[in-house]
Ligand binder design. Structure first.
Ligand code: NAD
Ligand code: UFG
Length: 337
């Protein structure tokens, strides 16, 4: 039986997808340099599933190390999570982002081509829609980027389209994630941000656990139902199952295709705070402050294409997301450390 190779498999989304794959009876290899993760997440994935996986520490920029994986194991598909993802950091260190994300993907695809493994699921992002004007966002909406992180995702999308043009036997699913949050309901694996979190949900959970005094709500004068930013939050376990659906789809469908993975439902920052407080019976002190530069008022998906073609849709509610985020944080106040 052949393996599904996950680059970046020890990370937040990779570890939840590894769990879903093992639970579905797949054999899994993770290849991760642990820049933003550790092997502890994968130990817990194995504990939870009762199945083992192959955990390799390596960098996708290291062609030799990566080639060895293709030499050593029969691989049927690759899910490519490995990448740097902090928007602010990408503006300060653009070359690092382009090298890691773009050159790393080129490296991976060269080796996949060489070893005849031409089935790829790629982690793209709603960031490729830039400041979209039409809501909900359809896959055909215009693409643009406002920072090097977004540019790197957009460049990779172009590279994959060119690759498929040149070698039509590739099967590629480009998954554009909206806002992944939550954690496996066991509370054993979850998001483990370094330093001060940039994203809303980990910031809320760190306020709840007492690591931060209060949450700054960036902007209360947006043209939304309560003035705060609206996003399409998706539970990471739903997102994980979207990858299994994409792999199944690629078995039937040659070509390259693009899918929004979101719920289609927008919630505001205040909606999330309210839900978190109610479900977990915790007060979240917050202050309304000015807008964060670069943020859009609202961003939510039209997920109809994924529903139709991948036969996938989100199952978890906002209540599930805030409950599971807190369950992970309270059981692991210092993440995996
Ligand atoms: P993460 O940082 O938890 O996981 C990424 C993993 O890739 C980490 O374990 C990291 O150590 C590894 N990695 C980075 N560079 C590597 C390299 N050169 N070689 C080997 N491993 C490397 O992030 P995540 O939230 O799980 O995101 C996974 C993917 O999804 C990323 O490509 C990210 O850009 C994309 N994405 C994430 C979000 C989000 O909000 N979390 C939204 C849209 C898209
Ligand atoms: N927010 C706050 N306070 C915080 C953090 C966030 O009010 O401390 C607000 C933001 O202003 C925004 C909403 O919460 O209105 C969501 O912000 P996040 O930072 O959690 O998520 P973004 O939508 O800004 O960005 C996420 C990923 C990006 C990705 C983008 C589009 O972090 O990498 O979705 O997919 F590009």
């Amino acid at each position: 039986m052949s393996y599904v190779l996950l680059t970046g498999g020890a990370g937040y989304i990779g570890s939840h997808t590894a769990l879903a794959l093992l639970n579905a009876g797949e054999k899994v290899i993770s290849f991760d340099n642990y820049h933003n993760s550790s092997s502890e997440s994968l130990k817990r994935v194995q504990q939870l599933s009762g199945h083992s996986l192959i955990d390799i520490q390596g960098d996708i920029l290291d062609s030799q190390a990566l080639a060895q994986v293709f030499e050593q194991y029969p691989i049927k598909a690759v899910i490519h999570f490995a990448g740097l993802k902090a928007v602010g950091e990408s503006t300060a260190k653009p070359l690092w982002y382009y090298e890691n994300n773009v050159a790393g993907t080129v490296n991976l695809c060269k080796l996949m081509s060489k070893y005849g493994v031409k089935k790829l699921v790629f982690s793209s992002s709603a960031t490729v829609y830039g400041a979209a004007e039409q809501m909900p966002i359809h896959e055909s909406s215009p693409r643009s980027a406002t920072n090097p992180y977004g540019q790197s995702k957009l460049m990779i999308e172009h590279i994959l389209a060119d690759l498929h043009n040149a070698e039509p036997d590739w099967r590629i699913a480009v998954l554009r994630y909206f806002n992944p949050v939550g954690a496996d309901s066991s509370g054993l694996i979850g998001e483990n941000p370094n330093g001060i979190p940039n994203n809303l949900m980990p910031f809320i959970t760190q306020v709840a656990v007492g690591k931060r005094d209060k949450l700054d709500v960036f902007g209360s004068d947006y043209p939304t139902h309560d003035g705060t930013g609206v996003r399409d939050f998706i539970h990471v376990s739903d997102l994980a199952s979207g990858h299994l659906a994409a792999l199944g789809y690629l078995d039937k469908a040659p070509g390259i295709d693009y899918f929004n993975l979101g719920s289609g439902q927008g919630y505001s920052v205040l909606d999330v705070i309210k839900s978190f407080s109610q479900v977990n019976q915790l007060d979240i002190p917050y202050a309304l402050v000015k807008r964060r530069p670069g943020d859009v008022a609202q961003c939510y998906a039209d997920p109809a294409k994924a529903t139709e073609l991948l036969q996938w849709k989100t199952e978890k509610t906002l209540e599930d997301m805030v409950r599971d985020s807190w369950n992970w944080q309270k059981n692991n106040p210092n993440g995996y450390n």
